[in-house]
Ligand binder design. Structure first.
Ligand SMILES: *Cc1c(COP(=O)(O)O)cnc(C)c1O
Length: 410
């Protein structure tokens, strides 16, 4: 039987500042892309350390626009990870390119050695995903990209607030990617309800992406002829309708100001989980890396299934019975019917992702949780583990089955 929800999977942290700014935007008469979106772009650019930031109405739109603006299309191959949200793969397919999956490493991120094996003469770009908010091995990825003249577009949907060797993800000084795409979807580390941002160091690329977010309309032409008549515009590309509104940016401006304090709470809660679960043989805690600052967007706990009598989905059901909502990130790309039927993406390209997938449970982790809720999740997980421990007193093959047959006969 299902009890009442005690710990939802997510709750956004929206304060009075966001509410007042949205109200002020509504009263200002300027609802769509305008002064607040431009401020939000400047604020994100400054926060991560990038010369340009282009606002978009989702990270999906950001990935699509970045791929299109870099000229990636039919005949090209783009390498990405199997352990990601479908948007990463869909946008590559939508520009007409072929997706190639490079398997994950022990940290759950794309494995540079696997990328190396996937590079061919048609490869044009790498789209690494900072899984759960843990930065990928970017030095290895940038090195491969330089050697093979590939673009790098980071899917940083989980990674606003993350740092790599002390530098924010999205930063554009020193060695850097061509574009970094953030998500401000409702469940992400900061939100505009729906929204995203692309950072880049390349002014021409930024201008092109900006143009593509608004039908391919050329702003420069508008400005050139604006004095003569503001009705004039030129369509310079077959663009999209991907612009972020000032109503959304009104939320984002204040979310960004709270990001550091929200990240501190996430980190504290994640460390509580890490401390509690690292003691338990039936569990494996999600990897961290001392060279990076984890954004802790997700807490993907790993079950040591061979030590448990229940499956991952039974574990999730037991959590639900305790009023705790958990999730799974992600169903590996080749397991989805669409890719199986309409692409050449197959599971044999990513055995590590397929092996990890049945072990993954994302526990609730967000700053709106109370410390009591965090403790309740810890206690509940441990209780479920104790109730479903596999009896492994004797390490003789066949012995487990015999022990269980005896227990079952009881
Ligand atoms: C959420 C997510 C996206 C898509 O973000 P939207 O802003 O909802 O479009 C892309 N990639 C990953 C890895 C995500 O988790």
């Amino acid at each position: 039987m299902e009890s009442d929800v005690k710990v939802p999977f997510h709750r956004p942290s929206i304060g009075e500042e966001e509410i007042r700014e949205v109200e002020a935007t509504l009263r200002s008469g300027w609802l769509t892309t305008g002064p607040r979106t431009h401020q939000f772009e400047r604020d994100v650019a400054e926060y991560v350390g990038a010369p340009r930031a282009v606002a978009v109405n989702s990270a999906t739109a950001g990935l699509h626009v970045a791929l299109a603006a870099l000229g990636i299309g039919p005949g090209d191959e783009v390498i990405t990870t199997p352990l990601t949200f479908c948007a990463t793969v869909n946008t590559i397919l939508q520009v007409g390119a072929r997706v190639v999956l490079a398997d994950i490493g022990p940290d759950g991120n794309i494995d540079p050695a696997a990328i190396t094996r996937c590079i061919h003469e048609r490869t044009r770009a790498i789209v690494p995903v900072h899984y759960a908010g843990l930065p990928c091995d970017m030095h290895a990825i940038w090195q491969l990209a330089q050697r093979h003249r590939l673009f790098v577009i980071e899917d940083a949907a989980h990674a606003i607030g993350a740092r790599y060797y002390g530098r924010p993800i999205g930063a554009m000084h020193g060695t850097h990617s061509d574009a970094v795409v953030f998500s401000f979807y409702a469940t992400k580390n900061m939100t505009t309800a729906e929204g995203g941002m692309i950072t880049t160091a390349d002014t021409r690329l930024a201008d092109k992406m900006e143009m593509l977010t608004l039908h391919g309309i050329d702003h420069a032409a508008w400005n050139r002829y604006g004095a003569a008549g503001s009705w004039y515009y030129e369509v310079q590309a077959c663009g999209f309708k991907y612009n972020l509104t000032d109503l959304q940016s009104a939320i984002g401006i204040h979310q960004l100001r709270k990001l550091e304090s929200m990240h501190a709470v996430r980190t504290e809660y994640a460390h509580r989980y890490q401390k509690a679960f690292s003691q338990i043989a039936e569990l494996e805690t999600p990897p961290d890396d001392p060279r990076s600052r984890h954004a802790w967007h997700l807490y993907p706990l790993r079950l040591n299934l061979e030590t448990l009598t229940i499956s991952r989905s039974q574990f999730i059901e037991a959590l639900r019975d305790a009023g705790i909502c958990a999730s799974v990130h992600f169903i590996p790309i080749p397991l989805h019917p669409y890719y199986a039927a309409h692409t050449d993406l197959r599971g044999d390209s990513c055995p590590e992702a397929l092996k990890l997938y049945p072990r993954l449970i994302s526990l609730p982790l967000y700053p709106a949780m109370t410390p009591e809720q965090v403790q309740y999740v810890i206690d509940s997980v441990i209780k479920i583990v104790h109730a479903s421990k596999r009896v492994t007193a004797v390490a003789v093959p066949g012995e487990n089955e015999r022990v269980h047959a005896l227990v079952a006969a009881d």
